[in-house]
Ligand binder design. Structure first.
Ligand SMILES: [Zn+2]
Length: 305
């Protein structure tokens, strides 16, 4: 026996054998208990990094363990291959995003094989291929037909440099997290999903989840954010057609209300911005607050204007 483990010799030998015998190809086996192991699909960014190696080795250990326990284990892999990073990388290298993405997939697949992870490669998918995304489109149409996907105007954070919408969490002190350029807030017609239709169901079913950390469940509850209270309508003095609806969980304190604060994204604020008679100081103030971005503006430590 050799004193040192010879990676090159031993691993090449066994990986070849696994490949020749289709060791990880999954077939239906009625009567055998099934087990599904899925790690987050990697983004084909160029080459595997040590984070991939850690993450996919963990999943692989689970898959192998379950196989040895007698389960018929489905352990698939694929590529989460859409998005702006691919487009930006392609522009930078003066190539086509498809060329860039496919060559990254080829490199990373080669590396996965060298790692010896036990995937069923016959089931490999890439989300940028029509064979895959036609199902996304099909799902979208199902939701559209049931009025669960709809269009409306909404206020978004826009980065001129990236030419894209940013999430509130991607705006840091009014600047894009990627390139530090100044973010503008504008109204854009966009697609929305009516996920609020399911909020009660989601909330109730959180209690059915077994083995989930309480921390994660609490995060979900807070994110769904149900609170019970009342809607109250405040009329606007001097404008009979105009009123402001508020929501409160403490209706008993309503008589203590001395002023209302509107978010800069509120539709009334937008309509006042369009009013040419409006004081320029109002315009400047709203623009300034909008630039801060929701997360910064609402943070505990931010000084309120
Ligand atoms: Zn940007």
């Amino acid at each position: 026996m050799k004193e040192r483990y010879d990676f090159e010799e031993i691993e090449t030998k066994w990986q070849k054998r696994w490949d020749e015998t289709s060791q990880f190809v999954v077939k239906e086996e009625p009567g055998k208990p099934k087990y599904y192991v899925l790690e987050m699909l990697p983004y084909p960014s160029g080459a595997l990094h040590i984070g991939h190696v850690r993450n996919y080795s963990l999943g692989d250990a689970v898959a192998r363990f379950k196989r040895m326990q007698g389960f018929n284990v489905l352990h698939p892999i694929g590529w989460d291959a859409f998005g702006l990073p691919a487009e930006n990388a392609a522009i930078k290298r003066n190539t086509h995003p498809e060329t860039w993405t496919l060559s990254n997939i080829a490199t990373m697949k080669e590396q996965c094989l060298r790692m010896g992870w036990s995937y069923d490669w016959t089931r490999e998918i890439a989300s940028c291929t029509p064979e895959y995304y036609r199902w996304n489109q099909w799902f979208f149409l199902q939701m559209y037909e049931r009025d669960l996907a709809y269009r409306r105007k909404g206020t978004v954070n826009w980065c001129e440099k990236c030419q894209t919408v940013l999430a509130n969490e991607q705006v840091v002190n009014g600047r894009c997290w990627r390139d530090d350029s100044s973010v503008v807030v504008k109204d854009l017609e966009q697609w929305y999903f009516r996920i609020t239709n399911y909020s009660d169901e989601l909330l109730v079913d959180l209690d059915l989840l077994e083995g989930w950390p309480e921390k994660v469940k609490t995060m979900q509850r807070n994110w769904i954010g149900r609170s019970v209270g009342a809607r109250v309508r405040f009329p606007v003095v001097g404008d009979q057609n105009c009123s402001i609806d508020i929501f409160t969980t403490r209706l008993d304190t309503i008589f203590g209300a001395t002023f209302l604060v509107l978010a800069p994204e509120h539709e009334l604020v937008s309509s006042w911005l369009d009013d040419p008679k409006m004081d320029v100081r109002f315009y400047n103030f709203v623009t300034k607050i909008r630039r801060q971005g929701k997360v910064t503006r609402e943070a505990e430590e931010t000084e309120k204007d």
